[in-house]
Design a protein around this ligand. Structure first.
Ligand code: PGA
Length: 256
């Protein structure tokens, strides 16, 4: 299976931006711009915007994602949101293990694995984020580190469940910095991710896996990044908050 047969997915990660009212306005702008997108388009919005997003996106080609999920089904976990709560709202995707969660909220490979399994068990599609810091890149351990992150994230995930998994390669040094990985750097690591998934689940599963790049992807650089054979889509932060820019990236993915 080559790239053309895989699902290209462009997902916006709004992070902690937009009130529910603002989210509605942004989606009003975005929906017509991506109406005929030739790829899957997802908006991963703050928890408080999910209901608005699900309602607005109903009957459109946009899919809605959350930005985190707790791994327990229910119970005394003040402030947390379960996978069942997301599914009940009509949420389809969930970002797991974003580097900002790893950096500021003590997320580890182990909790990424727990969240991934909980999400899959509830029927959500996890977008699992992996990626190295600048120091780790300079130390030459990027591939080893990313392989480990992927392996631990997928512990206990069945081959059937893997069909619902998306992996996003997000070099930490490229997130929100305006410093994008070169297309060759993105390709190298996305290919390494596909390779390790192949080792774990076999060639066919690896070929079917959607691997995204994320980190300062924007309207200007998306086409080159998305033209690479193992870059199947993008996880977009800053540029997903501007409907026109995001739409350009969506178009680039359909052509990539
Ligand atoms: P950025 O964020 O596009 O603003 O760099 C990407 C991400 O964190 O997913």
């Amino acid at each position: 299976m080559d790239k053309k047969n895989r699902k290209a997915i462009i997902a916006g990660n709004w992070k902690m931006n937009k009130t529910a009212t603002e989210a509605g306005l942004l989606l009003d702008d975005l929906i017509p711009l991506v109406e005929y997108a030739g790829c899957e388009v997802v908006v991963c919005v703050p928890f408080t915007d999910l209901k608005t997003a699900v309602d607005k996106c109903a009957g459109t080609n946009l899919h809605v994602g959350a930005q985190n999920v707790h791994f327990e089904k229910s119970g005394a976990y003040t402030g947390e949101i379960s996978a069942d709560m997301l599914v009940d709202l009509g949420v389809e995707y969930v970002v797991i293990g974003h580097s900002e969660r790893r950096q500021y909220f003590a997320e580890t490979d182990e909790t990424v694995n727990k969240r991934t399994r909980a999400a899959l068990a509830a029927g959500l599609k996890p977008i699992i984020c992996v990626g190295e810091s600048l120091t780790q890149r300079e130390q030459g351990v990027t591939e080893e580190l990313v392989r480990l992150q992927v392996k631990v994230a997928l512990l206990g995930v069945s081959a059937e469940e893997l069909k619902n998994v998306v992996i996003a390669y997000e070099p930490i040094w490229a997130i929100g910095t305006g410093r994008t990985a070169t297309a060759d750097q993105a390709e190298e690591v996305c290919a390494a991710i596909r390779k390790v998934v192949g080792e774990l689940y076999g060639e066919d599963a690896a070929k079917a896996l959607t691997v995204q790049y994320g980190g300062s992807m924007n309207a200007g650089n998306a086409a080159e990044l998305l033209s690479k054979p193992d870059v199947d889509g993008g996880l977009i932060g800053g540029a997903s908050l501007k409907a026109d820019q995001f739409a350009v990236i969506v178009k680039a993915a359909a052509e990539g």
